[in-house]
Write a protein that binds this ligand. Structure first.
Ligand code: NAD
Ligand code: ZN
Ligand code: ZN
Length: 341
């Protein structure tokens, strides 16, 4: 059996273990991808902490922003061939024929599986993928540039669409990390005015650089009132990417009357909804979960055209535990991408 280096979660809330593991062999309908780069998403921390109601089975390899070349194909695979460059996104696989799959909502298919959660991910030199669900990486993007787009990019882009904000209207983005710094760029290219909200002045400075029209530090005073003031009555669309429960009630408070507040961050727990305000102001609150394959292709094409560019810091796989600690403490400028040889 050929061996590969991986970073594995063996126990929740414990450091990942760097070890050697067997390179998997693609079965019928599967492909083997040799990883070139993989972004580190805050979801990987939730996964490794066992934060969510449905937990991954231990041990497992996280990583769902993996980009690499197809190095072997299983029986019957015709969609991709050896040498093609693909991305293996969070949506690993779905059934293809349920009511959700048939209406391009494969991300909520009851039979879906998730890369780096209930199938092994790309914190590894090789991983298996379903050729029906991989991203096809435009030639103009390097693996490192493409990596953050296949989760942080698609999720922000789809989340903005879900706010239904129209050109000229305001979008508030709460949380300017991996997802949020891309959301600002997508939103500007979609003709929106952007109000960026974070608790860190460094992130807000980056937001300004990326084109945010207004910035609000959520640690200072009443952030909902500050956004309402900056946007003359509230944002038409609000996208909450912050992995912090306090951002959620604040985000609902930032929403304009008849606006749509889209929840994307997934810190464990619940948040209180100010019922009277939501009802009397006709506010919609909506969840959004990554995006479908067409959203993925669109999100990548913005990047391929140079309109959206992830701000990346490169690290080796062996640095993963340090990267996790920094990400948990808001100490990563935008996105860390693990680089493989
Ligand atoms: P990140 O750590 O890169 O960024 C989080 C940002 O939120 C940081 O800039 C931090 O300073 C900021 N923040 C923290 N508390 C805040 C607060 N109270 N108000 C405003 N900003 C605050 O994380 P990420 O990789 O961008 O992921 C963010 C969240 O989105 C995670 O919970 C992750 O699991 C989730 N996520 C969801 C989906 C989905 O499909 N819905 C996909 C990917 C990630
Ligand atoms: Zn992710
Ligand atoms: Zn389905």
């Amino acid at each position: 059996m050929t061996k590969m280096h991986v970073a594995m979660v063996e126990h929740f809330k414990k450091p990942l273990v760097l070890r050697e593991w067997d390179v998997p062999i693609p079965g019928a309908g599967q492909i083997l991808v040799k990883t070139e780069a993989c972004g580190v998403c805050h979801t990987d921390i939730h996964a490794a902490s066992g934060d969510w109601p449905v937990k991954p089975t231990l041990p497992f390899i996280p990583g769902h922003e993996g980009i690499g070349r197809v190095s072997a194909v299983g029986a019957g695979v015709t969609l991709v061939k050896e040498g093609d460059r693909v991305g293996v996104p969070w949506l690993h696989s779905a059934c293809g024929h349920c009511e959700y799959c048939l209406t391009a909502w494969e991300t909520i298919c009851p039979a879906e599986t998730f890369t780096g959660y209930n199938t092994n991910g790309a914190f590894a030199e090789y991983l298996l993928a379903d050729p029906n669900y991989v991203a096809h990486i435009p030639a103009s993007l390097s693996a490192e540039e493409a990596a953050p787009i296949i989760c942080a990019g698609i999720t922000s882009y789809k989340g903005i669409k879900q706010t239904e904000a129209k050109p000229g209207e305001w979008l508030a983005v709460s949380g300017i990390g991996g997802l949020g710094h891309l959301a600002i760029q997508y939103a500007k290219h979609m003709g929106l005015k952007v109000c960026a909200v974070d608790i860190d002045d460094g992130k807000l400075a980056l937001a300004k650089k990326l084109g945010a029209d207004a910035i609000v530090n959520a640690k200072v005073g009443d952030p909902a009132a500050a956004v309402k003031k900056a946007t003359d009555g509230g944002a038409h669309g609000v996208l909450i990417t912050a992995p912090s429960l306090s951002a959620f009630k604040q985000g609902v408070g930032m929403t304009r009357k008849h606006g749509i507040c889209v929840l994307v961050g997934i810190p464990p727990g619940d948040f209180p909804v100010p019922l009277f305000d939501v009802v009397a102001d006709c506010i919609s609150i909506r969840g959004s979960f990554v995006g479908n394959r067409e959203d993925l292709a669109e999100a990548l094409s913005f990047a391929a055209e140079g309109k959206v560019k992830a701000d990346i810091e490169l690290q080796p796989l062996s640095a993963i535990n340090k990267v996790f600690t920094r990400l948990e403490h808001g100490d990563v400028a935008a996105r860390v991408v693990l680089q493989f040889q």
